[in-house]
Write a protein that binds this ligand. Structure first.
Ligand SMILES: [Zn+2]
Length: 162
């Protein structure tokens, strides 16, 4: 990645977008709070140094006396884990989650028992002419694209269909 390339990310609807100057450590947290906050099996997070909010800022839920969690109040995407001013962003909210690799896991004692075996679960590949091909053929995504945009509006996109 060249120095001129910005690290960017944001929520699913595009209301909240961010830029980061530099990454810190990338981790996975298996604690029950992170499972709940992400609605997932664990939380992939990377420290974001010099985070700058573009468009709107997240809304925060104070999940403990030390941590607040930022999310988009429009679409609910989990965005940040803020421990007394040190901000980590959800790796899935990066425009390119491949930019970081987690190097450490926390809270192994509450890890969901089947997490380690997920890579062994069979992959479903839809066959040509399968029913779901029809189901999604005319689907229009309202998700913000994985790059910065000028004047993005999910409402504008929705009204274009009518
Ligand atoms: Zn959003």
């Amino acid at each position: 990645m060249s120095a001129s390339q910005k690290i960017t990310g944001g929520c699913q609807c595009g209301a909240v977008r961010y830029e980061i100057k530099e990454f810190g450590r990338a981790t996975i947290c298996h604690c029950r709070m992170c499972q709940k906050a992400f609605g997932g099996l664990y939380a992939p997070l990377v420290t974001g140094l010099g985070i700058n909010w573009v468009h709107r800022e997240p809304k925060y839920f104070q999940s403990s006396s030390k941590v607040q969690r930022g999310f988009c109040e429009e679409c609910g995407t989990p965005l940040t884990y803020d421990f007394e001013g040190t901000v980590a962003v959800s790796i899935g909210s990066l425009d390119n989650p491949e930019l970081v690799t987690p190097i450490l896991q926390f809270s192994a004692d509450t890890r969901v028992s089947y997490v380690d075996d997920i890579s062994k679960v069979p992959h479903y590949v839809s066959a040509k002419g399968a029913p779901e091909e029809d189901m999604f053929s005319d689907m229009i995504s309202y998700q913000h694209p994985d790059h910065p945009t000028e004047n993005w509006s999910v409402d504008k996109l929705k009204n274009k269909d009518k």
